[in-house]
Design a protein around this ligand. Structure first.
Ligand SMILES: [Cu+2]
Length: 239
């Protein structure tokens, strides 16, 4: 029992995960797993070199979806996060355990066929991030206490066409060593209409954009108290 008890305690903590389970567009929820590749299990990816860092995947296989969601460039969409794929409520515990503190982020990748493109590799650019505010509140806490809603603006100046939208929450409660940070992400399949194409974003790769030595990935968030936090990945693309 001296060995089993700590393992059980760790398993209890580890089960408090989350899934980006549906996308809301123009005030309309598109449906769980409709145009979003959702896994049946809510566990994190912890290996920043894994292909599953792009759009989730092994050890959390995702279900394909044929739907591609039409989104107006320059508008906001909302990624809806839920504790498990069958969770219907929106209270904090229905979103993610509040101990899971860290940033929220979102990326796009232009693809020719959003329903078919697997996701790993180059072409990704960041469009949103929310880290540690000056009052000590994390981006993930704002989503957890905000009914699981993660607002993301689709830039007005990108080219029209199909994209993968990667919404992410990073939980840093165990990130003092690497691996330890927990990466939660799923990909939505969207068709952006009305984009001007006036600007072409610089891009990064997933895997590749994050390193196990990044100051925002290998970090003790409890002591000493943080006064600032460096969000992983590139800067946010702006029009
Ligand atoms: Cu968890």
């Amino acid at each position: 029992m001296k060995v089993v008890a700590p393992l059980l305690a760790a398993a209890g903590l580890a089960s408090a995960h989350t899934i980006f389970s549906s996308l809301e567009v123009g005030g309309v929820n598109q449906g769980v797993g409709q145009g979003v590749r959702v896994p049946s299990y809510n566990g994190p990816i912890e290996d920043v070199a894994s292909n599953s860092l792009a759009c989730n995947g092994a050890p959390n296989p995702t279900s394909p979806t044929s739907k591609v969601i039409t989104v107006q460039a320059g508008s906001n969409v909302t990624a809806i996060w839920r504790y498990m794929i069958g969770t219907t409520g929106s209270a904090p515990n229905d979103v993610m355990d509040i101990t899971h503190k860290g940033p929220t982020l979102a990326y796009l990748k232009k693809v020719s066929d959003a329903a078919a493109d697997a996701g790993p590799g180059g072409g990704w650019f960041k469009i949103q991030q929310d880290g540690l505010a000056s009052n000590g509140v994390w981006g993930t806490e704002r989503v957890v206490t905000g009914q699981g809603r993660h607002d993301i603006r689709i830039p007005a100046c990108i080219a029209p066409g199909q994209y993968l939208l990667r919404a992410e929450m990073i939980a840093l409660h165990g990130a003092g060593n690497y691996p330890g940070a927990q990466f939660y992400m799923e990909c939505a399949q969207i068709n952006v209409v009305g984009g001007t194409g006036a600007k072409t974003p610089a891009t990064v790769s997933f895997p590749g954009a994050y390193s196990g030595t990044d100051p925002g990935i290998k970090i003790s968030i409890y002591w000493p108290p943080l006064t600032s936090y460096t969000i992983p990945g590139p800067s946010v693309f702006t029009c």
